[in-house]
Design a protein around this ligand. Structure first.
Ligand SMILES: Nc1nc2c(ncn2[C@@H]2O[C@H](COP(=O)(O)OP(=O)(O)OP(=O)(O)O)[C@@H](O)[C@H]2O)c(=O)[nH]1
Ligand SMILES: [Mg+2]
Length: 443
């Protein structure tokens, strides 16, 4: 299959770079030609391929490698970075009240993805619902209903009605008050025909969706770009969901689609079942596309030095008394590597240690696990500033995490206690130095 060849041929090119004694203009040009050939063979849009190769060539010839990185490592990294930049920065769907319209050709995975998305929002504590806006395929109604039952979210559809717009309007008014996220499924077709476009436009007008998500199968090659463009012209795509990444296709078409509409890939589907759904990770995707191996250690090397800096930054922030729930989450991860919380308490001087023990520092692993689940149901905003979490948010978060309101309050209490302790650290130099050492950031 053509798309599979993409990874193989780029892998060959990367090997060529890795084996080169030194990089000169001739080699850079040769490498760029190889990359062009590989991408074109994989049906990536010609214009895009030319743009990409021009950038790689220019950077490879003009940029100096950063300290500690050889010339050839540098070129490999440029190839990688330029591929990542085509895919664009991924983004998250906001955790708020919204209407989402799913679009895509026949069999791409729209209906299945409705269930996966609903589950995603439910876990965040919102109330998702689904509306069956596909009136063309007879089984579409039953399929979405079954999925809705399975993930336990309200469903609206009308088996006898042939007017999709009418169904969607009724669904919207039905769910107006009782839902947060309304997910509208629409019909697919073999190709984009005029009547499908018209219907999509009508549904679009009736729904005025916040998000218009294009669902596209990883195996779509040459057609991915034009397809994405046609949908984008009709509804202005805000994000892409790439499905069937569990298959053999490496998703080469996604490169063209993302570049064509300038919308980021947000999620990937990795199987037929509801849990087979992940946030999109550009670097993982490119790794797969390139067959990685050759450049993996190189990227790890770069990441390592970044990580060191991050950890140091986090530690500094902690010690300065600024302490968010994100910090606490990271800290819990760190602690699970270090042993129990009480061990940390033992590192504190007498007075504080017994105080810490009073508030039960050695709370069970189970409770920490629950705290993490609760934090997973919180938004970025809430994690950064937990003081905004009041009654209604507590309710939403508890619902998302499947716990009681009081558990969320416990987490907040625990957070406040940790925050006070961190403030204590920041006032005590010796203690701070010790802790830094223990956490291995003191180097
Ligand atoms: N392996 C795999 N199969 C998937 C994935 N997503 C969906 N499918 C399967 O692909 C087929 C089509 O999925 P649907 O969700 O019905 O696709 P659709 O876009 O709604 O199709 P139409 O409504 O007919 O246009 C089903 O058999 C799904 O189980 C995925 O990520 N991986
Ligand atoms: Mg469908």
């Amino acid at each position: 299959m053509v798309l599979d060849d993409l990874g193989d041929s780029l892998k060959g090119t990367l090997k060529k770079i890795a084996n080169a004694v030194h990089i000169d203009t001739k080699l850079v040009k040769e490498i760029v030609r190889d990359i062009q050939r590989a991408l074109l063979q994989a049906d990536v849009n010609v214009k895009l391929v030319l743009e990409l190769s021009k950038k790689i060539e220019k950077r490879a010839l003009t940029e100096k490698p950063p300290a500690g990185m050889s010339n050839r490592e540098h070129v490999i990294r440029i190839v990688y970075e330029e591929l990542v930049s085509i895919l664009g920065e991924t983004r998250e769907l906001p955790i708020k009240k919204q209407i989402i319209m799913m679009v895509g050709l026949y069999g791409m995975g729209k209906t299945t993805t409705c269930g996966k998305l609903a589950t995603y929002f439910k876990k965040k504590g919102l109330r998702p619902v689904v509306i069956a806006g596909d009136v063309h395929r007879p089984a579409a109604y039953e399929q979405l209903k079954q999925i809705a039952d399975q993930v336990k979210v309200p469903f609206y559809g009308d088996k006898k009605e042939k007017d999709a717009v009418k169904i969607v309007k009724e669904g919207l008014s039905k769910f107006k008050r009782s839902s947060d996220v309304i997910i509208v499924d629409t019909s697919g077709r073999h190709k984009l025909e005029d009547d499908l476009i018209d219907e999509m436009k009508e549904i679009f007008k009736a729904t005025r969706p916040d998000e218009k998500l294009l669902v596209i199968d990883a195996a779509v090659g040459q057609q991915a770009g034009p397809q994405a463009k046609a949908f984008n012209d009709t509804v202005n795509i805000t994000g892409i969901i790439l499905t069937k990444m569990d298959g053999t296709a490496k998703g080469g078409g996604a490169i063209s689609a993302a570049a064509e509409v300038g919308a980021p890939i947000i999620f990937i589907g990795t199987g037929e079942h509801i849990p087979d759904f992940e946030k999109f990770d550009p670097s993982g995707f490119i790794s797969r596309l390139l067959g990685m191996g050759d450049i993996k250690s190189l990227l790890e090397k770069a990441e390592e030095s970044m990580k060191g800096k991050d950890a140091e930054k986090t530690a500094r922030r902690l010690m300065s008394g600024k302490f968010t729930l994100h910090d606490m989450y990271d800290q819990m991860d760190m602690m699970s590597g270090m042993g129990s919380l009480s061990k940390i308490a033992d590192m504190l001087p007498g007075g504080l240690a017994s105080k810490a023990k009073d508030v039960d520092m050695a709370k069970t692993e189970n409770q920490l696990r629950m705290f993490k689940i609760i934090m997973n149901s919180m938004t970025d905003e809430e994690m950064n500033d937990p003081s905004i979490v009041r009654a209604s948010r507590i309710k939403r978060i508890a619902r998302g995490a499947g716990v009681e309101n009081r558990n969320v309050k416990e987490l907040l209490k625990y957070y406040n206690m940790m925050k006070r302790m961190m403030k204590g650290f920041s006032g005590n130099r010796k203690m701070r130095k010790n802790l830094m050492k223990q956490l291995d950031f003191g180097k």
